[in-house]
Design a protein around this ligand. Sequence first.
Ligand code: SAH
Ligand code: SF4
Ligand code: F3S
Length: 448
Amino acid sequence: MQKVAPPRTYRVKSFGCQMNVYDGERMAELLAEQGIAPAPEGEEADLVVLNTCHIREKAAEKVYSDIGRLVKDGRRENGTSPLIAVAGCVAQAEGEEIMARAPAVSMVVGPQAYHRLPAMVADAVAGRRAIDTDMPAETKFGALPARRKVGPTAFLTVQEGCDKFCTYCVVPYTRGAEVSRPFADLATEARRLVEAGAREITLLGQNVNAWTGEDAKGRAIGLEGLIRELAALPDLARIRYTTSHPADMTEALIAAHGEVDKLMPFLHLPVQSGSDRILKAMNRSHSAESYLAILDKVRAARPDIALSGDFIVGFPGETDADFEDTLRLVDAVGYAQCFSFKYSPRPGTPAATMAEQIPADVMDERLQRLQAALNRDQHAFNAASVGKTCEVLVERKGRHPGQWLGKSPWLQSVHFEGEAEVGEMVALELTAAGPNSLSAIRREPATA
Ligand code: SAH
Ligand code: SF4
Ligand code: F3S
């Protein structure tokens, strides 16, 4: 590799989950601290970070095609390609191979090592390629700069990694073991986020409800304790958390849903399948019945809770009868929204080599039927919200003049017209439900 001029501009492209987005924001902050500026919209950057996701199909192929495109189109004015860093979960899983196959890449950095990115950029400028997919004991969080300006909604990663080892999933391999960030660090970061303008904080983790720590008095607490602590921040209006695992849905956390007003009435609790046989093969540690029993308790604590989940269709060995069980579970829950995916064999996971992989056309058909059922329920949920009055956090301007966009407590997108500003909580009456959002009009808050 040749020496190159130090990059003046960067762009971070994030392709994965919210934690991947959080990591992308933090990498951007690290680069900004080095005096590198975000590339203006529409302009090629001197340094491009591809912040990749490995969860489903074709992740690696996509990275190589993105690299190809950057080499071809991403010419800087001096006629060279941009510096390219591959970060995120594909970097972790296939870093060595990327270094071997893509000479245009000068940095490969895993999701637990990206605090070393500035040093790697210095190496790249000096003409040295570098790969870092360590999971160092020194945590990346400790080395990250304080956060600057933020919007009204902010992410805060509280927990990383996963010990659950669902048989289809790469996360335990790309993110490593479950680690909780210390309470004091989180309290400080949350306070700074609020000071910088956040009104809503979403606590993030691959298994966010597995978070544990000690509060300021040294008492052992779980996620509910962290939520209660953050709820005491006066200027913080809303708290959310994602993604949770049924096995870590403790009584204390369920109780918090009924007791902490700032904890929004929304729960994303993936189930994956409604068939106990398949759940067992997935190593999910819950049954359809035990999952439904958790939802009953949550509903008892917070009757207006909106539920969300994740599903995989076509897991190896899934029969028509197994799939019918999934549809039955969907009918029993009545989700407000959901994500559903075709099973994708991931290299190195146990399910990838199981017998009875399901043909693509069967998966397609099942996914269509599942999504039809989930869409039906989403529309029903939105339609049932019409007529309600609720608070909406204004997130940004809409497409039309005078229009604003925000989220309801139940995470629905809401648009309305009138006087407002970003970050304001406004009282609205929901007046109509479209396929993906609701319209609303201003209402004076009810006075007690
Ligand atoms: N830790 C979270 C989410 C992990 S990834 C949880 O356990 O709920 C997000 C979703 O991607 C999963 O819930 C699952 O539905 C889906 N997913 C993970 N691996 C997959 C695979 N190999 N094929 C298809 N979907 C997958
Ligand atoms: Fe993957 Fe299962 Fe861990 Fe979720 S709980 S990250 S699906 S292994
Ligand atoms: Fe993807 Fe890694 Fe998140 S694989 S879903 S970016 S943890």
